[in-house]
Design a protein around this ligand. Structure first.
Ligand code: NAP
Length: 436
């Protein structure tokens, strides 16, 4: 029997578990440990609430959990309730599937003013992540700036511009729905430090901006290179750029504008005790397509500034870490003998949910090969039995998958009309349900 602990119950963790389960059948026991009582990581707290079809992948992860050889251990924090070293002593392999939940900081003057918010916090707020439920982002001024030209920036701009009716069928949490309903934001400026050919936005997500009830995108036709250059783009990018060209060619007047401000970078946030405006510098591309400042500055009024410029994996004391790239130092997923990483914790915050599937399969294969492949001889480690001893000795109030199913059912029962669920946003509220 091989004993494996996976830290983090998001897509990377579940795809690793699924691959190990398929390859080893009943010869493996896997514990998926998460600091939150609710599983599924980014599926629950990162994927936008109005993208329910993407969230449906959690049903596949549920199936992995409803087997004997995989179990969910929620509400247990590695580093606080149990140390990595302790886990390595009791499991044959420990896999860090902890994602990249921290914002990459925007290092400019005024970035610490109230009203400047990282996307992890802002997305966590509208998705009901317990760490960010109390965020209360200021939506009381007419302007908002969203920094970055990736899919997260698109999510944030879209969520800021939707009407209450457009959230029907989503699982946006009540506190965010009510706050957004009273938003005064009418101008959302997306700052991209490079141009339309350098965006990191996918076509489906970009196309959605063309179908919003009260908001419309605005793109300056002067920002595009000659149309012949589009033929050199890979197909997905070409589709995205085609959307942008359509937005530029057919400007639509609606009460809320989503302005694509290309070739622009924030250099300071200013305001009297809170964000009121962003000082922006015009940029151009150098020969290697990097953005360089031109020295021309202008002001964009904004009471809310959301930075969507990428994420970082939090370091764990004693675990080798690559600071520049914000991920664990690893060679093809191995950090140290017996300690692995997968998903964003391994490769950095890139790729869609599906990218984690081959990643999980690769790590599963490595774990099997590194532990002797077919010739595996039991190490004598006790895995989950030993973890149970730790849980009992420290009286850790863990959440099992059955407990989660009760929480899930309570969320579904509490759903407002047309919504799939109303999420609990506090850990204590979830733990209370477990006792019912
Ligand atoms: P991303 O795709 O890496 O985009 C980050 C953006 O921030 C880029 O435009 C980058 O510009 C810009 N940026 C970085 N540092 C900056 C700085 N200091 N100043 C100004 N701009 C800066 O990251 P993301 O949007 O956080 O998304 C993370 C991953 O999740 C991506 O793979 C994304 O596709 C995925 N995702 C997918 C979906 C979906 O499929 N629906 C939704 C959300 C997220 P440069 O290019 O110039 O560096």
């Amino acid at each position: 029997m091989r004993h494996v602990a996976i830290i983090g119950s998001g897509p990377a963790g579940y795809y690793t578990a699924e691959s190990l389960q398929k390859a080893l059948g009943d010869a493996v026991r896997i514990d998926i440990i998460d600091r939150l009582p609710a599983p599924f990581g980014l599926i629950r707290s990162g994927v936008a609430p109005d993208h329910q079809s993407i969230k449906a992948v959690s049903r596949r992860y549920e199936a992995v959990n409803l087997t004997e050889n995989v179990r969910f251990v929620g509400n247990m924090s590695v580093g606080k309730d149990v140390a990595i070293d302790e886990l390595m002593a009791i499991y044959d392999a420990v896999v860090l599937a902890t994602g990249a939940p921290n914002d990459r900081p925007m290092e400019i003057a005024g970035a610490d003013l109230p009203g400047v918010i990282g996307s992890a916090a802002f997305v966590g707020w509208y998705n009901g992540h317990p760490d960010y439920a109390a965020l209360a982002p200021p939506l009381d001024s007419g302007g908002a700036v969203v920094v970055g030209n990736g899919n997260v920036a698109l999510d944030v701009a879209r969520i800021l511009s939707k009407t209450r009716a457009e959230f029907t069928g989503s699982d946006i949490v009540a506190h965010a729905l009510d706050t957004l309903d009273h938003s005064r934001i009418r101008s959302i400026t997306l700052l991209g430090r490079r141009g339309p050919h350098q965006i990191a936005m996918t076509p489906k997500e970009l196309g959605e901006l063309g179908h919003l009830e009260r908001a419309a995108p605005r793109v300056d036709p002067a920002d595009f290179p000659d149309i012949a250059a589009d033929a050199l783009l890979e197909p997905g990018m070409r589709k995205s750029v085609t959307h942008l060209r359509e937005f530029a060619a057919n400007p639509v007047a609606k009460p809320v504008t989503i302005e694509f401000d290309f070739f622009s970078r924030p250099v300071a946030v200013e305001g009297d005790g809170r964000a009121e405006r962003v000082i922006v510098e015009r940029t151009r591309l150098d020969d290697e397509l990097r953005s360089v400042g031109t020295g021309e500055h202008y002001v964009v009024p904004a009471g809310l500034v959301v930075t969507c410029i990428g994420y970082q994996t939090p370091p764990i004391p004693g675990v080798p870490y690559e600071h520049g790239r914000g991920r664990f130092a690893n060679a093809d997923g191995m950090i140290l003998p017996g300690l692995y990483c997968v998903g964003w914790a391994r490769r950095g915050p890139t790729g869609t949910i599906g990218t984690n599937k081959p990643d999980g399969a690769m790590i599963a294969e490595r774990i099997i090969a590194d532990s002797g492949g077919e010739g595996f001889t039991p190490s004598g480690k006790r895995g989950r039995q030993a973890l149970d001893d730790i849980i009992a000795a420290r009286a850790i109030d863990i959440v099992t998958f059955r407990d989660w199913q009760k929480i899930d059912a309570a969320e579904i029962a509490a759903a407002r009309m047309g919504a799939p669920r109303e999420k609990f946003v506090g850990i204590d509220a979830m733990l209370d349900v477990k006792l019912r």
